[in-house]
Design a binder for this molecule. Structure first.
Ligand SMILES: [Zn+2]
Ligand SMILES: [Zn+2]
Length: 133
């Protein structure tokens, strides 16, 4: 990923840019995904198409640990989806669970694994989940 203030490459796990000192996710001059310059106020990067989240530290990050626990214990009724803002998927899981008994739980297990492996790593607004483990 790249610093949104100066565009220099920064480590995924760094909390701040080593070049300009801005906190990770702050600044609005460069794309965090590809590092190219973006127009002030643009909603997406025209180079790579990544969503540009506002200058306010990328918004509030949801807890990955909470999402994993919810998916494991209450995933059959989509609670982790509601937590992450994927309300549509949550509702589908409830319907699946009501109709088939296990459908929602199987899907939740897939989400659980995707959360653990990192392939599901953002909430419905595209904000990266907080990594607690
Ligand atoms: Zn920087
Ligand atoms: Zn980009």
């Amino acid at each position: 990923m790249f610093c949104k203030n100066c565009g220099s490459e920064m480590n995924e796990n760094a909390v701040a840019c080593m070049s300009c000192g801005f906190a990770k996710g702050t600044g609005e001059k460069f794309c965090a995904n590809c590092g190219s310059e973006i127009n002030p106020g643009a909603a997406i990067c025209i180079k790579c198409g990544a969503a540009v989240t506002g200058g306010v530290a990328g918004g509030e990050q949801k807890s990955k640990l909470t999402a994993v626990l919810l998916a494991f214990f209450l995933g059959g009724i989509g609670i982790h989806d509601f937590y992450l803002g994927y309300n549509k998927y949550g509702i589908i899981k409830i319907i699946l669970t009501v109709c088939t008994g296990v459908g929602g739980s199987i899907w939740a297990l897939v989400d659980f694994i995707r959360l653990l492996t990192g392939s599901l790593n953002t909430d419905a607004n595209g904000i990266e989940l907080k990594k607690e483990f």
